[in-house]
Design a protein around this ligand. Structure first.
Ligand code: IVH
Length: 704
């Protein structure tokens, strides 16, 4: 996949800089190659060369060229991933070879047995070593993909193993599945490969967050979201779930004469590496060629310990006899191959006692019951409290104070209660009575029909206020460095903070006199608070804790406004017309900006110097920056920046009308150099025409 890297990168640059002087036919072919290459870097290697905007630009160019010459469009063009048809009735398709299941093993003993059994079947001496290829056992949905003449022609679910549902359009919308892969280089005309479609823990969080913001029901876990995403009717729905697919088997391969050429591949490990070289996404982390069963056992134990660090949900490891000729020799039962076995990770459950329930008040007043547990060690972590979510959760499980309960760590992150052990109850367990008034301000709690949580609706509830202040200052919101939970709690206790506006009225000399503070730390805190005044307004909007207005929604909401106050003029319908904003969010935003006390508070923030204008990174098109130094310039950041992240710096530059480039060339105007800058700095110096700025100089320029 790498051979003409330089050519492709150069071509991409030329297109981006509008410097291509070739005919459309050549351009179309090169664009397809370039986009496939960049998709591979982005979705498969996770090492993009272009920024998203640059990639989008290439994609748009291809769309334009295909529109001018529709008949030149190649089969499975990258543009075919968009606007795929809905599948009304999925066809049942027989697999070219049955999709078997796996036998399970749970411990070292089982694995040693498996090794012994294989040696017996192969008539190999028990003392000899046999190689195994070990891979993660992904917890998603099994898929089979067929490529013919290098083009993806079909995608099918695992189904019952003999046949599955055709899901070609859905798999086409999974970006890590290439529409084209040059199997012909291996002499293969038709090939069936198999793997697992899954959603990374990170993307799963994002997908659910988005559903929350749009008032849609949440997915229970990444596995359900992935299997549902494979079988949905609408490929757009598959795409929105940000799925990935890893391929771990080649199950059929034939050449042009229709000869079986599966034996092109000698070992499982090499098979996977070979298709990986053709641009297919294969297991990388967690894959190992083990020389013998001892190494297999160690590797399985290692991943059992660190499975929480894996970016995807895995429920075990799969151990496969490495030599394909051996695999063929010992074959399969009707249920599973004899040459492979799953090593299932131990369920991470433990029993402990539920001691009491505390009720936490959230930043928008939701009351969350939190179970306090007798500390128990679960997969290496001590757990002493667990969220009980809401009243319904407690009722549906009939939880009682004093119960022995089974706790589990779901997805290895958040512990939760599976069930009480009712048969060991002694009779002294007590019913859990949900409070009817707020534990902080004693206002009667209310619950809307559509919501699971009871809420305190007192806008002046001290606990809510405290939580809102903590969130306001947090990294995701106004990002006030050094202004964390404990300091805010202290300032609230002292009566210094009663509202957001009070943050900007804090006095440095008073802070300096507090125990634990000194002159310097007080000065730093005030500097951090002052710095937050010039944040882009999407940060401020997010910081206000409006129900369902998260980070992404905040960005969308400010995209087309001049000032935050414009939202107070918008009707609910105006807000709803913004792409990706649903009626619930629109209603909440509308209500917030129609409340005079909120507007008054924002006006006060403004008078204290907090930015309310869309000037720094909010709006994509900025009209009044045309006289800014950066306007119309090209800029590139290299090395480590200390005062802001690279992305933030790029956004700031872009908001002021600059264009971010990703390589040094004579087209570059400004290079901003962080710590440990390398070859880019040298190249820029050699070219001589490029302005070289430090991070501080950049900051000065953008503040001007
Ligand atoms: S090999 C004939 N490898 O686990 C070999 N399966 O419980 C069968 N799975 O149906 C499949 N990760 O959907 C294999 N690295 C991996 C896997 C894997 C996940 C799934 C697969 C299979 C199920 C069996």
């Amino acid at each position: 996949m790498n051979e003409n890297l330089n050519e492709i990168v150069n071509f991409s640059r030329q297109v981006l800089q509008n410097e291509v002087a070739i005919n459309d036919a050549q351009k179309l072919k090169l664009l397809v190659d370039a986009i496939r290459f960049h998709e591979w870097r982005y979705y498969i290697l996770n090492e993009p060369i272009l920024s998203d905007t640059e990639y989008d630009f290439l994609f748009k160019k291809l769309e334009e060229t295909e529109k001018i010459h529709p008949s030149w469009k190649v089969i499975n063009s990258p543009t075919d991933r968009v606007g795929l048809d809905i599948t009304e009735n999925a066809r049942q398709i027989g697999h070219l070879r049955p999709m078997l299941s796996l036998a399970n093993s749970y411990n070292e003993h089982d694995l040693l047995d498996f090794d012994m059994q294989i040696k017996k079947l192969l008539k190999i001496n028990v003392e000899d070593d046999i190689e195994y290829s070990v891979e993660p056992k992904y917890d998603g949905g099994g898929i089979s993909l067929v490529y013919e003449d290098d083009q993806l022609i079909r995608g099918v679910t695992r189904g019952d193993g003999a046949s599955g549902e055709e899901i070609t359009n859905n798999v086409k919308s999974i970006r890590s599945i290439p529409l084209y892969a040059p199997f012909s280089k291996l002499g293969i005309k038709i090939i069936e490969i198999r793997g697992e479609a899954i959603i990374s823990a990170e993307n799963f969080k994002k997908v659910n967050q988005k559903r929350l913001e749009q008032g849609e029901p949440l997915f229970a876990n990444a596995r359900n979201a992935a299997t549902g995403g494979l079988r949905t009717k609408d490929p757009k729905d598959t795409e929105s779930r940000k799925m990935d697919a890893f391929i771990y088997t080649v199950s059929f391969a034939a050449d042009h004469q229709n000869n079986d050429v599966l034996d092109t591949f000698k070992t499982q490990f090499e098979t996977i590496s070979a298709i990986g070289r053709l641009g297919i996404k294969i297991p990388s982390e967690g894959r190992k060629l083990c020389r013998n069963i001892r190494e297999v056992i160690d590797f399985c134990h290692l991943w059992q310990e660190q499975r929480g660090q894996f970016p995807y949900d895995i429920d075990g490891m799969v151990i496969k006899l490495n030599r394909i000729d051996y695999q063929r020799q010992i074959g399969a039962t009707a249920h599973h191959p004899r040459w492979a076995i799953a090593f299932k990770f131990q369920a991470k459950q433990a029993a402990t006692r539920l001691l009491e329930v505390e009720y936490q008040v959230g930043k928008i007043g939701s009351i969350t019951p939190v179970g306090k547990l007798e500390p128990v060690s679960l997969a290496g972590v001590t757990i002493s409290s667990v969220s009980l979510h809401n009243e319904e959760f407690i009722k549906s499980r009939d939880l009682r104070l004093g119960d022995m309960v089974v706790v589990e760590r779901a997805g290895d992150v958040i512990p939760y209660i599976v069930k009480p052990l009712t048969d060991v109850r002694t009779g002294i367990e007590q019913e859990i009575i949900f409070p009817t008034s707020c534990p902080s301000c004693h206002t009667p709690l209310v619950r809307q029909e559509s919501e699971a949580a009871w809420r305190c609706i007192n806008p002046n509830c001290p606990e809510q206020l405290k939580q809102r202040l903590i969130f306001f200052a947090s990294k995701d919101a106004m990002d006030i460095d050094g202004f964390g939970k404990s300091i805010i709690e202290k300032f609230v206790e002292l009566g210094w903070l009663k509202s957001f506006t009070d943050i900007y009225r804090l006095k440095e000399d008073k802070i300096a006199q507090l125990e634990g503070f000194g002159k310097k730390s007080a000065e730093n805190l005030i500097a951090a608070i002052n710095k937050s005044k010039s944040n882009p307004i999407h940060r401020l909007l997010h910081a206000l804790s409006i129900h369902h207005v998260g980070k992404k929604v905040s960005k969308l909401l400010v995209e087309n406004i001049e000032s935050l106050f414009d939202l107070s003029k918008a009707s609910k319908e105006d807000i709803e017309t913004i792409k990706d904003i649903g009626p619930i969010v629109a209603q909440n935003v509308y209500n917030y900006f129609r409340e005079p006390a909120n507007i008054e508070m924002l006006r006060e923030l403004e008078s204290l110097g907090v930015n309310m204008q869309a000037i720094s990174g909010d709006r994509k098109v900025i009209s009044d920056n045309s006289n800014h130094y950066l306007y119309g310039k090209t800029i590139l950041f290299t090395g480590t920046l200390h005062r802001m992240g690279r992305k933030e710096a790029q956004e700031k530059a872009e908001a002021l009308g600059a264009k971010n480039l990703s390589a040094v060339s004579s087209n570059l105007n400004i290079l901003v150099v962080g710590e440990n800058a390398g070859s880019k700095l040298k190249k820029a110096k050699d070219l001589g025409s490029i302005e070289i700025w430090s991070e501080d100089e950049f900051l000065q320029k953008i503040e001007n």
